[in-house]
Design a protein around this ligand. Sequence first.
Ligand SMILES: Nc1nc2c(ncn2[C@@H]2O[C@H](COP(=O)(O)OP(=O)(O)OP(=O)(O)O)[C@@H](O)[C@H]2O)c(=O)[nH]1
Ligand SMILES: [Mg+2]
Length: 453
Amino acid sequence: MYNPHDTICAISTPPGESALAVVRLTGADSKSTIEKHIKGNSLKDRQAALCDIIDLDNKVIDEVVVIWYKEPRSYTAEDLVEIICHGGHVISEQILTLLCISGARLAEPGEFTVRAFLNGRLDLTEAEAVNSVIKARSSKSKQYALHNLEGKLKHRLDKISARLIELITVLEAEIDFDDDEVTKLDLAAKQGKIDEISALLSRLISTYDIGRIAEGRAQVAIVGAPNVGKSSIFNRILQTNRAIVTDVPGTTRDYLSEYVNIGGYPVILTDTAGIRKSDQEIEQIGVERSRELVDSSDLCLYVIDASRKIDDRDVVIAEILYNKPFITLINKIDLIDDPSANIGMPLNFDQIVQTSATTGKGIDNLLTTIQRELLKDVNETGDGVLLSQRQLNCSVKAAEQINQAGKANSGAESEEIVVGILREALEQIGQITGKVTSDDILNKIFSEFCIGK
Ligand SMILES: Nc1nc2c(ncn2[C@@H]2O[C@H](COP(=O)(O)OP(=O)(O)OP(=O)(O)O)[C@@H](O)[C@H]2O)c(=O)[nH]1
Ligand SMILES: [Mg+2]
């Protein structure tokens, strides 16, 4: 685990050529460490100081701007120094080496944010949100991550914890005091309080869908018989020629995935091999993988060729899609005179979009329909949402425990038992916010961060 007393340093900007780079330093000795190596203006709290940075032979490495943030008013709540130097491969590395020679140590990934967490500046939901903001792939994902960074998820969890603590306190008073010393709640009143907490947790858990979609983990797969235009649709949506398109059925053998921005949400769009019976082993593998993908996708685009009658190849896929969320695309409408002609749909589908991958007709409508279908069970909200699997797991466990507490209460179990279960639920919430945590959890969370953040 990280030693929280070291002074640590890192380059916070990406490597490569750039106008500027930022080297960061945090810890009790950061100011004295940098002061050994600068000439020029002296450092004043939160003010930019133009200085020369000098190497051990007294040679100027670069002209830099240094900002010192006096603790506790800094990102880490410790003394923190930012050195803004010229970009490129050399200068920032030289500065880093100099800082290490003077006693600082290279920071681990996310270690600046670890400090902010350990020093109480951020709770764990806010710290995780920092990473989500950096990694956001769209305006929506950034928006939800920022809400959490502002403490909206923390606030939501604090409210649930407060309710739990209130109930635990009442029950403990009933355990500790006699009937004439405290007014006891009857079973129904206790159940009412447990149900309220349960409802808050259910609402919280339902936010994971939007968090997952906002974070770019929603999957949309394009499926259909060979040659119906799946890869052409994929390319149209991506506005590139990413997938190979030919008039030979079976062109796509493996599947291809790309991120695409749909209504501000980053969605993983996948082009699949046309599903059909085949003796060729390689295509069979592609077909199997397409089946698996249908199972793991949030939504499928079922492509049908408008220029021919539906046949067995389309029906096989309709069977795979049965009971799964999908939109039917009648593609190649540019080839037919009457778009309302009956081509013999295999099922009575309600979501149908007519497209031409060749002319682009219907693609805007398709994008709107995808967005509507993906978000139909989701309430867009200005509140904090669950953004990680970890947060979801803890919330689900807490909800299960509340459920158990409800059963114990209605089964007239002793207050001790109900309190014990409620305390476990409280601990799960504490794990989300980081009130209760272990080094393993912290290592796992912060190892996914960039160095210098
Ligand atoms: N006229 C017309 N031709 C299309 C349309 N969409 C695709 N095509 C043509 O249909 C043929 C097959 O297109 P692909 O996009 O490769 O079809 P696919 O479904 O990916 O095919 P496989 O990967 O072999 O399963 C190509 O010649 C495309 O140019 C369309 O909307 N209109
Ligand atoms: Mg293809």
